[in-house]
Design a protein around this ligand. Structure first.
Ligand code: OAD
Length: 281
């Protein structure tokens, strides 16, 4: 758990950064009531397996996808942002950070919280495309059918596929390339709520510049903990608001304290005992 000392360090780090790029995953939205995929209570350990998002399987058997995911889809469409989404949006709105979010999430909650630059690298569940004629429709026009787990179809008879990236499909090229650029431009990279097991999204933080600090907040260890400058195995919705509250008190941009030196000492001072790196755990 992050200590007060850690929160102070994080507040100074955030305050000193101008361009912050974040890669978020399903753990970002669990505090909004949406299950993640690989935790013990996640989708793949309870309801289903990765197969449900396999494109070849969807084409053969769309009823499998809709019967399992339809009712969940409905609850995701109704979900509201949590304190973590709101804190991120506030980094831009209240603290003037150039915040770019590359998200693997398809739930639209970053945008609902007010974040403006969000690249959806696994697409979105808000829209659907007909597999036969290519027509698009809004998922919210099919709430009844989704609730009942029915296969959604266009009036031409073709099956609607949600505009999310299934295994075996290409990622949306523009979103992925903008995310890579944002990683390369960042002076602080945050990885929030992802196990980093699905590529190429999981490799995005590798595009950061040499020397750009990497902070991971994830309840359980990730594939990149050993490359990070700081790792907190905490809840995003608890940790981020504390950091912002501390920025309000002591480490606001423009405060009398030297921003840049706060930033660097936060990372590179000689006493990093409270930073939870994988090797320290
Ligand atoms: P995972 O389920 O693999 O990882 C989510 C991580 O979030 C887990 O390691 C949890 O420990 C952590 N977590 C959960 N709640 C948290 C919280 N409140 N605070 C901090 N950490 C928390 O989900 P992703 O990494 O997002 O793709 O999965 C990547 C992709 O795999 C998804 O986009 C999806 C899936 O298959 C497709 O369907 C194409």
């Amino acid at each position: 758990m992050a200590t007060e000392y850690d929160i102070n360090k994080l507040a100074a780090l955030f305050a000193g950064a101008r361009r912050i790029t974040c890669l978020s995953g399903a753990g970002m939205s669990t505090e909004s009531g949406i299950p993640d995929y690989r935790s013990s209570k996640g989708l793949y350990n309870t309801l289903t397996s990765e197969q449900v998002f396999d494109i070849a399987r969807f084409r053969r058997q769309p009823e499998l996808f809709y019967s399992v995911i339809g009712p969940l889809y409905l609850s995701i469409l109704k979900a509201q942002p949590n304190a973590g989404h709101v804190a991120l949006a506030q980094l831009a709105d209240r603290f003037g950070k150039e915040l770019v979010i590359a998200t693997q999430n398809i739930d639209g909650l970053h945008q609902k919280a007010g974040s403006r630059v969000v690249h959806e690298v696994h697409g979105t569940m808000d829209t659907l495309s007909c597999q036969d004629c290519g027509s698009q429709a809004l998922a919210k026009s099919f709430l009844n059918e989704l609730g009942k787990g029915e296969v959604l179809r266009h009036r031409c008879g073709g099956v609607f596929k949600p505009d999310i990236t299934f295994f075996g499909e290409q990622l949306p090229a523009a979103a992925f390339s903008a995310s890579l650029d944002a990683m390369a431009d960042a002076d602080l990279v945050l990885v929030l709520g992802t196990s980093l097991q699905v590529h190429p999204a999981a490799s995005l933080p590798d595009a950061r510049r040499d020397g750009c600090p990497l902070l991971i907040v994830n309840r359980t260890p990730t594939a990149m903990d050993d490359k990070a400058d700081m790792v907190f195995h905490d809840s995003i919705g608890e940790l981020l608001p504390q950091v912002l509250a501390q920025m309000d008190h002591g480490a606001q941009p423009g405060s009398q304290r030297g921003q840049r030196s706060d930033y660097h000492s936060a990372l590179f001072n000689n006493n990093p005992t409270h930073l939870q790196r994988k090797n320290d755990l």
